[in-house]
Design a protein around this ligand. Structure first.
Ligand SMILES: O=C(O)CCC(=O)C(=O)O
Length: 296
């Protein structure tokens, strides 16, 4: 669904928002189905947690980076309504995706409680500008129902922190817990927040629970001190070629792919990229060559 303007305004005012029903049923079901090639189902995990010791190694052991070698999962970060929301929130079409993570958590694997922190620590070398210029938009697409029992993200509305300097960006455990709001919502919901907002992961409150989410972060292009993942570093991973082949030129552009009409595209690069990405429709890039070749 299209993210309502009022929800994006809430991110500016309060620091975060939750959009229920963001994914339609089919898209959600296909993405959920794709996860079981990557993670144990909750039934399989809880049947014998000791068979899956890696999830106990750290709170972050359930993170997996893009691509996922699954069409439904690889399509989520470039969902047209997510791109549209990012363009409107960042007030630009010249944007990029700088992080995609899938995150599985299983109750009892480890204590998932965190202290309140602001995400900019590993999303920029410096600190966010708070006047709306070059803001980063961070998101969680919930792929399972998240109730109070399921380790919801807990966020502190900006009204409580607006006057604090941005450093330090982590608070002692327990601080601001009395002000936090739990982002509980059904599967298919979208949580959007900003990198200056205090928030934290929380632990499960009942056994046998699990939480699955995809995290997709966007930024305006052009400020080289912002970022997190370098896509060329992931380009040789299983499924990357297929993911790029399935995307439109606009979707590829979000990864830093040369856009239609770029001077990068020549008969040589078109030929060789087509060899590296078998099945990719190179027509838009060929037409772009014709355009820049004939420009005065
Ligand atoms: O998993 C969550 O709900 C939030 C985690 C988080 O904020 C973090 O690890 O930086």
């Amino acid at each position: 669904m299209r993210v309502p303007d009022a929800k994006l305004a809430e991110v500016w005012d309060r620091g975060f928002t939750v959009v229920e029903g963001f994914l339609d049923r089919e898209t959600l079901a296909a993405a959920q189905g794709g996860m079981w090639d990557i993670y144990p189902t909750p039934e399989a995990y809880f049947a014998d947690p000791s068979a899956h010791p890696k999830f106990a190694r750290s709170q972050f052991a359930g993170l997996r980076f893009f691509p996922y070698a699954n069409a439904a999962l690889d399509a989520l970060p470039v969902h047209p309504d997510l791109i549209d929301a990012a363009e409107r929130f960042l007030t630009s079409t010249d944007i990029e995706i700088y992080k995609i993570e899938l995150w599985a958590k299983y109750a009892g694997a480890i204590n998932y409680d965190q202290m309140h922190h602001r995400d900019f620590g590993n999303h920029t070398l410096v600190v966010p500008r708070l006047d709306g210029v070059h803001t980063q938009m961070t998101t969680f697409i919930l792929l399972s129902d998240v109730t109070e029992l399921d380790g919801p993200t807990k966020l502190v509305p900006l009204e409580h922190t607006r006057d604090l300097p941005l450093h330090p960006r982590q608070l002692p455990m327990g601080e601001l817990f009395d002000k936090e709001v739990a982002a509980t919502a059904p599967a298919g919901s979208l949580m959007i927040y900003k990198t200056d907002v205090f928030h934290r992961g929380s632990d499960f409150r009942a056994p046998g629970r699990s939480r699955f989410a995809m995290l997709v972060d966007f930024t305006q292009r052009g400020w080289r001190w912002n970022g997190k993942m370098s896509w060329p570093d992931h380009a040789e991973k299983r499924g990357f070629v297929e993911a790029m082949v399935r995307m439109t030129p606009r979707q590829r552009d979000l990864f830093g792919w040369p856009p239609v009409g770029s001077e990068y595209w020549t008969p040589q690069t078109i030929r060789d990229v087509a060899l590296r990405y078998p099945g990719m429709d190179m027509t838009p890039y060929e037409e772009g060559v014709a355009t820049h070749a004939t420009a005065p």
